[in-house]
Design a binder for this molecule. Structure first.
Ligand code: G3P
Length: 218
């Protein structure tokens, strides 16, 4: 499963990319607004693309299909790593089809049902982003749609990659892996939580204490 980092924070992106922990980046307008300060979005996307050797999702903000296509083409021209993110609306699916005809990769976002995911795949989406945590937030089992999408895409041989999004804790990451999601996007906090285990820390402390008692150097 590919691991993407869900952030526009360049310092976090550089930290994870330099350690080769991630395969790409996803952003959204909220994440951009959080990290932008006085920087222009194009400049931020370019810096992110230079920091990461992999897909970088950049979202349109137009709500009509022509506007999305025009913004999407501008975003795609920033760097070859850019994947254009469009919302799962009728204009979004129209824009998805049009952008794919220009050979631009598209991530269809804000997916909350399996039928939406089928329609996105039929529109040629490169990635579909089901939002797990936001479904959990309203009392649903968000991971259930990731499971259902996997079944439907396999059943009909659809090539769209499932990008599990809105993941809030390592248990979500584990479940996405077990289901066979193609990618998962993790906020930095969840990436580092997924790496840690108390027994690793305790084991390391014990090894180092035992080594020190030996009084030798490597
Ligand atoms: O990038 C989209 C998605 O991961 C958002 O997550 O936590 O805002 O629901 P969240």
């Amino acid at each position: 499963m590919k691991i993407f980092l869900d952030t526009a924070d360049l310092a976090e992106i550089e930290r994870a990319a330099e350690a080769h922990l991630i395969d790409g980046i996803t952003t959204n307008p909220s994440l951009l607004a959080k990290s932008a300060g006085d920087r222009e979005p194009e400049e931020m996307f370019l810096d992110i693309c230079r920091a990461v050797d992999g897909p970088v999702s950049a979202e349109v903000v137009a709500v009509d299909a022509a506007g999305m296509v025009s913004e999407g083409r501008k975003l795609a021209a920033i760097h070859e790593n850019i994947v254009v993110k469009v919302p799962l609306t009728e204009p979004g699916l129209r824009a998805c089809r049009a952008l794919r005809e220009h050979d631009i990769r598209v991530n269809v976002t804000l997916c909350f049902s399996t039928t939406q995911a089928l329609l996105a795949a039929k529109a040629g989406a490169t990635y579909i982003s089901p939002f797990v945590g936001r479904l959990d937030d309203i009392g649903h089992d968000g991971m259930e749609i990731v499971r259902d999408i996997r079944q439907v895409y396999d059943e009909y041989d659809l090539e769209t990659e499932i990008l599990a999004a809105s993941l809030r804790h390592p248990r979500h990451v584990l479940e996405a892996m077990l289901i066979g999601a193609d990618c998962a996007t993790l906020p930095p906090k969840v990436l580092y939580q997924s790496m840690k285990h108390p027994l690793t820390d305790r084991g390391l402390d014990a090894f180092l204490a035992d080594w020190q008692s030996l009084g030798k150097e490597l």
